[in-house]
Design a protein around this ligand. Structure first.
Ligand SMILES: [Zn+2]
Length: 114
């Protein structure tokens, strides 16, 4: 499943990020997910809960921060947040826009017990 391979990659990033700290000290992992990332937060959390013990991250919880879908207008050059998947410029209503953010799924923070 898509979510499992995603979470496996996420877990390896987490283990790299904590370097020499023991994985059992990781309390929290925070990721950002954009509306176009194709990530279903609930399924990602479920996959994480199933896979975390194997990585030694038993006590860790996963938080997902939703990010805005952003775009630049080619006509008036403004940047705006796309609302409700309406792909038109918020200022001039042009449909010549380029999505600049919103398709990412990435690790933001790892909180380790000192
Ligand atoms: Zn515009």
């Amino acid at each position: 499943m898509h979510e499992y391979s995603l979470v496996r990659r996420l877990i390896s990033h987490v283990l790299e990020a904590i370097e020499s700290s023991p994985p059992c000290n990781v309390q929290e992992v925070v990721v950002s997910a954009g509306p176009l990332s194709g990530v279903e937060p609930l399924l990602v959390v479920q996959a994480f809960d199933q896979l975390k013990s194997d990585a030694g991250l038993r006590g860790c919880r996963l938080l997902i921060e939703a990010t805005d879908l952003m775009a630049d207008c080619e006509s008036c050059r403004c940047s705006f947040a796309v609302q409700d998947f309406v792909f038109r410029c918020a200022t001039c209503n042009s449909s010549s826009i380029t999505v600049t953010a919103g398709d990412e799924f990435r690790l933001l923070r790892v909180k380790v017990l000192e």
